[in-house]
Ligand binder design. Sequence first.
Ligand SMILES: Cc1ncc(COP(=O)(O)O)c(C=O)c1O
Length: 452
Amino acid sequence: MENEDPRNGESSQQHQPTKKPRLTRFITEAEIRGEFAHHLSGIARINNGSFGSCPGSVLAAQRKWQLKFLQQPDDFYFNTLRQGILHSRTVVKDLINADNVDEVSLVDNATTAAAIVLQQVGRSFADGKFHNNDTVLMLHCAYEAVKKSIHAYVTCAGGSVIEVQLPFPVNSDAEIITEFRKGIEKGKSDGRKVRLAIIDHITSMPCVVTPVRELVKICREEGVDQIFVDAAHAMGSVKVDVKEIGADFYVSNLHKWFFCPPSVAFLYCKKTSSSSDVHHPVVSHEYGNGLPIESAWIGTRDYSSQLVVSSALEFVNRFEGGICGIMKRNREKVVEMGKMLAESWGTKLGAPPEMCASMIMVGLPSTLRVMSQDDALRLRSYLRSNHGVEVPIHYQAPRDGEAVVKDKDEFIKAYARISHQVYNTLDDYCKLRDAINQIVDDPQISEKLFTE
Ligand SMILES: Cc1ncc(COP(=O)(O)O)c(C=O)c1O
């Protein structure tokens, strides 16, 4: 592939700030239903968190990009693709309050972003820049794929790992901050240095919005070298201001809560001397030309999901208050639905409403007898195949010395992670409520479900 055309993302380039279109009216309920008419009917989708959702208008825009590529691939590559990706990066830059478009790269997903950051740290261990046993700090409930990446890229190169226990059920930011401080102290013991802290902005399972700004500030005060915020769920469910948060690296998927098709994420890399040492894990023609450029051409593939960021923005701007309005309503609704379910089951929420965004953990009745992670998975599959309910189930293993939360019978050991997105209706949550009540009322079901 020739490298004859100008680079995208040069800092001298001037960009128009993202403009909000002038709307004469907001999207109607019928139009929302039309936008998600491709969803299989009769399914209660209350797990937007895992794979997100993409409206029909954005899928149509994606299809146009795909056809544009297929109609004249050479012209598309040399004259369209790079400018298109630059435009998407500029939209993201404005949305997240980054200083410069050069700080924003588009990658496939949060897993790829984690590989980028962790490979950079791993290289410093391998080169002897970091001492054996210097540490990477993370929450114990960090996403499993991220944990495996730490092992593959950092532990194998000589680094050690400190896991900070996230209290759950959790009552306040202060509980998380206390545990986090303990983790840093441990990481710095025996003359070690904390080379990287990985902080989830919204943890996956159980889900909690963490006090990310305070945690980043603590890392700075305590001399942690680099901070990577895994905010896979953030964009479209909480405010994202990368300058205010102050981390070195911040990733969010755009396909989870920002209505892009699978898959696209942005990785923000604050401009520092070390940010020039990050590379895309797939090495291609643009290797060495900076992460945003490397990431914009990693071989022949479909880049269309990276090209529809402005179409997703157009979609959210059809709602009152744009993305902030959607976030606010999703949060209010999921809290309302969480409380409704907890009341019906006689249980409790796993975190106070102020520590939730578009997802919330609702305690399941102890009489269900979910006793392991395997049971939780069986229940999830049962709800899907017998009731058409898509909802992740979390098993909370009791820990020594930890305060436990009881329902009227016993300790709550399992939680449903429910979500709310613009397409959800009350019916979705009633389906889950009734399905759980049916299992509780018929002990034979759980006996069969959890003993087979
Ligand atoms: C906290 C967290 N990090 C990373 C990921 C990985 O995201 P992806 O599968 O898009 O790479 C997820 C996915 O749910 C997540 O919840």
